[in-house]
Ligand binder design. Structure first.
Ligand SMILES: Cc1cc2nc3c(=O)[nH]c(=O)nc-3n(C[C@H](O)[C@H](O)[C@H](O)COP(=O)(O)OP(=O)(O)OC[C@H]3O[C@@H](n4cnc5c(N)ncnc54)[C@H](O)[C@@H]3O)c2cc1C
Length: 425
């Protein structure tokens, strides 16, 4: 691959380069913010709103200790078992679209320990700068809180801790500095009183953070505006056209927006615009559901139930409860039976929750690539870049991605951690 030219203004008389970022999620807005940091003028376009995709109702964990490729061998075993259980957190439609067949086969092929280790090597450097990238944003005007707290994994049976401990050994072997301690059920409840008496053991994972993702992404958007960036909502990009003086983003029912360069950060919708730019890696929507419930017991840190695949995040007086990996298109409706399944699964795990007062019921599509690696870098069309495909870990890795991509675009030199993430691989 030849290196792209460093970003320069192309319009006559312009003193600063102008980049359009398509997609106002955590990845697009982080990219916009870090480009501004390097003196670039930015316009962010989103067809719906700020955090309208996966970046709103997710669990909000900034957990570099757990940000790993999805294709672990146990995922395949678990996936096959889960297909026969109607309450399973995994859903694969009976009739598969061609794209999804390709994804399933390619994904299954990579569920080996060797492939996992290979992919993990490329997560390690990104994980290493995840928290400092959030610190950078906080130091310079992104005001939404980032909570410094451990993450508690809780288990109904002590024997079930073995799987996660084994996974942690592999993560450490790969070079992640992960500090986790095995604790008893009593210790779990002493720290998180809302955890039910059925819980026998826990693993406390230190050094992680969490956010209220919707609030955080809004705050990031405000910081981009405060620095002179423009965010245009209701701007549905249907096509990119190269022309003299840069790239035009053609919009549905509106005048095109032109820029020197464009970044596609459209989450699970990425293939719609990126395929024509030479991005062939299969990316599908792995949809997750969440809702919030009032809670009278204390939950001072995020709680994860690995066996049940339920993630809980404190949001003030309420608790966000989420889970599910449903392979359906990102624009399909919310299926209430998936929410009911999460409630049935989570009810015995927590106390002090009013399960009937559910609010903010939400579905969002994780952008999951077949090879488990994000897609970050230039495409085959000069001036068009891609930032996405972070799957389960876009919140953790969004700011780090924005930071590295901005460096790449402005300098024309690919930072080491992005080398394996070439979107045209
Ligand atoms: C239940 C759940 C829990 C999760 N928990 C965590 C977690 O704890 N930690 C973590 O790190 N990650 C988590 N994730 C993953 C994380 O949410 C995603 O990886 C991340 O939000 C993806 O961000 P993004 O900016 O790439 O995409 P999105 O947030 O989906 O943003 C894409 C944007 O592009 C816009 N768009 C699409 N097409 C167009 C177009 N043609 N024109 C204009 N705009 C367009 C959309 O409207 C959308 O706003 C979770 C995901 C789910 C579903």
């Amino acid at each position: 691959m030849t290196s792209p030219a460093a970003l320069r203004p192309t319009s006559p008389g312009a003193t600063e380069a102008h980049v359009v970022i398509v997609g106002a999620g955590i990845v697009g807005l982080s990219t916009a913010w870090f480009l501004q940091e390097r003196g670039v003028r930015v316009t962010v376009l989103d067809r719906t709103g700020v955090a309208a995709g996966a970046s709103w109702g997710n669990a909000g964990w900034i957990s570099p200790g757990m940000s790993i490729p999805l294709s672990e061998p146990s995922v395949l075993r678990y996936g096959l078992k889960a297909l026969t259980d109607p309450d399973s957190p995994l859903f694969v439609p009976v009739r598969l679209e061609r794209e999804l067949v390709g994804f399933m086969l390619g994904f299954a092929r990579r569920c080996t320990i060797g492939q996992w280790r290979k992919a993990m090597q490329h997560f390690v450097p990104m994980n290493g700068i995840a928290i400092e990238s959030y610190d950078h944003l906080a130091a310079k005007g992104v005001v939404a809180p980032v909570h410094d707290a451990p993450l508690m994994a809780a288990f109904l049976a002590e024997a079930d801790t073995v799987g996660l401990e084994h996974e942690f050994d592999l993560i450490r072997e790969a070079g992640v500095d992960l500090v986790a301690d095995l604790v008893s059920g009593e210790e779990v409840r002493a720290e998180v009183p809302a955890v039910s008496h059925e819980v026998e053991a826990g693993i406390r994972i230190r050094g992680q953070r969490y956010i209220n993702p919707g609030e955080y992404v809004e705050s990031l958007a405000q910081a981009v505006r405060d620095r002179g960036g423009e965010i245009i909502l209701g701007a549905d990009v249907k096509r990119l056209r190269q022309g003299p003086g840069g790239i035009a983003c053609e919009l549905v029912g509106r005048e095109p927006v032109r820029a020197d360069q464009v970044v596609l950060a459209t989450g699970a919708w990425l293939p719609q615009l990126a395929r024509e730019t030479g991005v062939k890696t299969i990316l599908v929507g792995g949809r997750g559901y969440s809702f919030s419930v009032p809670i009278t017991s204390e939950v001072p840190m995020p709680v994860y139930f690995p066996v049940q695949r339920v993630a809980c995040t404190p949001l003030g007086e309420r608790l966000r409860v989420g889970g599910t990996m449903e392979f359906r298109g990102p624009d399909e409706p919310l299926y209430p039976q998936r929410v009911d399944a999460i409630v049935r699964t989570a009810r015995p795990l927590l106390s002090g929750v009013d399960w009937d007062d559910r609010q903010d019921t939400w579905v969002g599509a994780r952008p999951v690539t077949v090879d488990n690696l994000p897609l970050v870098g230039p495409t085959k069309v000069p001036g068009v870049w891609v930032a996405g495909g972070h799957g389960m870990w876009g919140v953790t890795l969004g700011p780090a991605t924005g930071k590295l991509l901005a460096e790449y675009m402005v300098s024309g030199r690919c930072p080491e951690p992005l080398k394996a993430l070439d979107p045209t691989r």
